[in-house]
Write a protein that binds this ligand. Sequence first.
Ligand SMILES: [Ca+2]
Ligand SMILES: [Ca+2]
Length: 215
Amino acid sequence: MVGNRGENSFFKATSAQPARLYAGDYDQNGRLDAIPCYYFKDGRAYPKHSLDELANQIPLIKKKMTRYATYSKASIEDIIGAKEATASEKRFAHTFSSSYVENKGDMTFRLNPLPVEAQFSTLQSMLVGDFNADKHPDVLLCGNDHGSDVDSGRQDASLGLLLLGNGRGNFTSVPAHRSGLYLEGDYRRVIRLKVVEKQVFYFFLKNNGRGEIMQ
Ligand SMILES: [Ca+2]
Ligand SMILES: [Ca+2]
């Protein structure tokens, strides 16, 4: 099981159109500047941030991009220069889906995205266990991220989730009214607490707040 950012944000990524991060010291002030880019509907990649936001980080950009209309059509190469773009440190994200990784047994792996309910927000922690006692492993998830910048907004759509496994790599979401999970907030960790024999509690830890204990 691998946690990811989820699919509920404007950052989109596929193998053919990966989200990219360009990094370099574009204004030569000794500090690295990062420019995240992703593909828009027209099939081209553009920086995620507005001209004002980018110029806040790299004031030099304002000299090159004097009009918003020009910036709205500008690629990363147009903005920082083709040479600088080539010389930049680059990182690519091909998927933001939290997924189940299947070991095919011949040194190959298949990435299977988890159900849509698991993609509502950033996944922070997972706990595998057989929660419905059918001998197939299930998984308890929690997440969110309230630390994003104002423009991106909080990742806060997860209420926690129980996924029931069928033992063959398929997982089904249990609705909140059945699982009892209603974890509103910036959750970071789920742990199992065994108090006495056969009495198990699940402790959900929250960033900057009171956690939640469930049985
Ligand atoms: Ca810099
Ligand atoms: Ca089970």
